[in-house]
Structure formats: C-alpha cells, structure tokens
Design a protein around this ligand. Structure first.
Ligand code: AP5
Length: 214
C-alpha cells in the first residue's frame, strides 16, 4: 500500500514498482477518473467531489476497490493499492474483508513542493504516464501536444486536497502503524524508488522464506 499527500509521487513510484514487481496497480484516483471519462453513473456522481478537491463518498469507493481486489489478476500477482484507504471507514472496510497489506509506504514531501508539483503536472491520456512541465517534460513534441491538466490541479484545489489529506492521514495510518515505512519523497524519483525497491525486495524475500518453511 502506498500513501502520501497529493502529488507526493505515489503514481510516479507505482509506475516503477509495477515495472519491477509486476503487481496489479489499483489507484482509486485513476479508477474514478476512468469512470468520469466514460460518463458512467459512478463517474457522474464522483465528478463534482473530485473537481471540488473533496473525497468521493466511502460507499462508492469501497465498492469499486472491493470489486477490483476480487479479480483473478490481483489474487494471482498481488496488488498495490494507491490512494486507498483514505478515511477510517475505508480502512475498516478492508479490515472487515481481512485484507491487509504486507507493507504501508508513506511518501513524505513538504507542502510548498507539493503545490508546485500539482500545478505543473500533466497527464498523457494515451499511455497514462505522468509528466511535469519542469521536472519531467514530455519526450517528444507529439506527446507534449496531447498532454492534459487535471481539473483538480489548481493551487486553490490542491490546498483543499492537502487539508483533507492531513485531517484523515492519522486515522488511516494508525491501522498500519506496525508495518509503516515513511520515506523522504523530496528526492529524485530514482533515489526514492531505490529505497522502495529495497523494502519491497525484503518483503518478497521474507514471503518466499515463509512459503518454503511451510
Ligand atoms: P488521486 O488521483 O489519488 O490524487 P492524490 O492523492 O491527490 O494524488 P495525486 O494523484 O495528486 O499525486 P501522486 O502522489 O500520485 O503524485 P504523482 O506521481 O502524480 O485522487 C484524486 C481525487 O479522486 C481525490 O481528490 C478524490 O476526490 C478522489 N479519490 C481518490 N481516491 C479516493 C478515495 N480513496 N476516497 C475518496 N475519494 C478518492 O506526481 C505529482 C507530480 O510531481 C507529477 O507532475 C510528477 O511528475 C512530479 N513528481 C513525482 N515524483 C517526483 C520527484 N521525486 N521529484 C520531482 N517531481 C516529482
């Protein structure tokens, strides 16, 4: 499970984690944006909350995550939850199903950096890849011309998202305090990934040992 404030780099690190560990990436933000883009009933309900920088009601998100976790690929390959749980009711929903992560990673980045990262973020609607106008510009003019800005990435909405994150962070993290690893996310993405890679490799090795011992 990976957590952190808006723009702390969760999506960016998840791209790298999936490349190396082949886990099924379940990002509630991405799932909700896909519902909005497809104009589904869930998307229409979620849109107003997301555009205002507020949390989408728990029952919508819980149902979406439960359905995704129960699919065969998540059971076979293992999962990487990104941006969920985000409230104590969401953490309780997982507990009820006895779903617990092996590790809970929290990316720690100072507030002023987060705002610049959000405002400069651009998304490629074709590949889903995350860019930043200064930190990670598009590789080609063709990619650059199709990049989009998220409607919730204005300075004002980022401040509201950050406030909501801070309000909920402690309630959620208390569920996972014995498996929490806080990582300094204010470093180059490769350096951050190196630390995550080493933690996940350790988890993987411990699991292999446990299976062999059974
Ligand atoms: P969601 O999409 O989850 O947004 P978020 O948590 O605010 O996180 P972000 O996607 O903004 O940032 P990130 O940490 O993934 O950073 P990224 O890698 O992109 O949720 C959006 C909305 O959906 C919510 O507001 C809510 O309405 C709804 N929602 C989602 N989940 C929900 C839930 N569980 N319950 C209820 N509602 C829910 O990086 C950001 C930028 O920084 C990029 O430009 C990137 O290139 C750059 N960057 C990344 N790493 C670095 C680095 N190391 N150095 C420099 N720049 C970097």
């Amino acid at each position: 499970m990976i957590s952190g404030a808006p723009a702390s780099g969760k999506g960016t690190q998840c791209e790298l984690i999936v490349q190396k560990f082949g886990l099924v990436h379940i990002s509630t933000g991405d799932l909700l944006r896909a519902e909005v883009a497809a104009g589904t009933e869930i998307g229409n309900k979620a849109k107003e909350y997301m555009n205002a920088g507020r949390l989408v009601p728990d029952e919508i998100v819980n149902a979406m995550v439960t359905a995704r976790l129960s699919r065969e690929d998540a059971k076979q390959k293992g999962w990487l939850l990104d941006g969920y749980p985000r409230s104590s009711a969401q953490a309780e929903s997982l507990e009820k199903m006895q779903i617990r992560p092996d590790i809970y990673i929290v990316l720690d980045v100072p507030d002023e950096i987060l705002i610049d990262r959000c405002v400069g973020r651009r998304l490629d609607p074709v590949t889903g890849k995350i860019y930043h106008i200064k930190n990670f510009p598009a590789e080609t003019e063709e990619i650059k011309s199709r990049l989009i800005t998220r409607p919730d990435d204005t300075e004002e909405k980022v401040k509201s998202r950050l406030e909501i994150y801070k309000k909920n962070a402690e309630a959620v993290s208390s569920s996972y305090s014995n498996i929490t690893n806080k990582i300094n996310g204010n470093r180059p993405k490769e350096v951050v990934f190196k630390e995550i890679d080493s933690l996940l490799s350790q988890v993987q090795n411990d699991k292999v040992k446990m299976i062999k011992a059974e």
